[in-house]
Design a protein around this ligand. Structure first.
Ligand SMILES: [Zn+2]
Length: 146
C-alpha cells in the first residue's frame, strides 16, 4: 500500500505496472496489473493470480480491490489497469460486477507498456449491473415474491 497526498494518474500507472511484474501467470503468460485508489488517497495494487485449476485464478482488479476492502476501505474513485498489449485492456465482466459493488462511479484508467492510455467509466462498460439493493430488499421481506 502506498500512502501519499494527491495521487497522479502517472503514479497510479506506475503502481499498476509494478504490480503487473508480480503477477503469477505461468499458464497464460498474460500478466495484468491493477492499482485502485481509495477515497482517502491510498493506493492498493495487485497482479493477476492464476492456478493450475484455471477457473480458480483471480484477475488483478479483484486482487487490488479485495486487498483494499479487507483493510476496511469501501469507496474508490479510480482504478488503473495495465497490460502489455497494443490494445488497452478493460476489466472482464466478472470484475465489472465486483467493482460496481463498491464504486458505481468508478473512473477506469487503462494503460499499456507502450505509453498509451485512456480514461473511461465503469458505467460505460456496465450500464445495467446487477443491483445489490434488490437482494437487500428481498431480505427485508420486500416486493420480490417466491
Ligand atoms: Zn476480471
Amino acid at each position: 500500500m502506498k500512502t501519499t497526498g494527491e495521487i497522479s494518474d502517472q503514479e497510479l500507472i506506475e503502481a499498476a505496472t509494478q504490480a503487473r511484474e508480480q503477477a503469477y501467470a505461468p499458464y497464460s503468460h498474460f500478466k495484468v496489473g491493477a492499482a485502485i485508489l481509495t477515497a482517502g488517497g491510498q493506493v492498493y495494487s495487485g497482479g493477476n493470480v492464476e492456478n493450475s485449476s484455471y477457473g480458480l485464478g483471480l484477475c488483478a482488479e479483484r486482487v487490488a480491490l479485495f486487498k483494499a476492502v479487507s483493510e476496511g476501505y469501501r469507496q474508490f474513485p479510480k482504478l488503473c489497469l495495465v497490460a502489455d498489449t497494443p490494445q488497452l485492456v478493460t476489466p472482464c465482466g466478472a470484475c465489472r460486477q465486483v467493482l460496481v459493488e463498491f464504486c458505481e462511479d468508478l473512473i477506469l484508467l487503462l494503460a499499456n507498456l507502450q505509453g498509451n492510455r485512456r480514461t473511461m467509466t465503469l458505467r460505460e462498460l456496465l450500464p445495467a449491473p446487477f443491483d445489490g439493493r434488490v437482494v437487500m430488499t428481498r431480505q427485508r421481506g420486500g416486493p420480490i415474491k417466491d
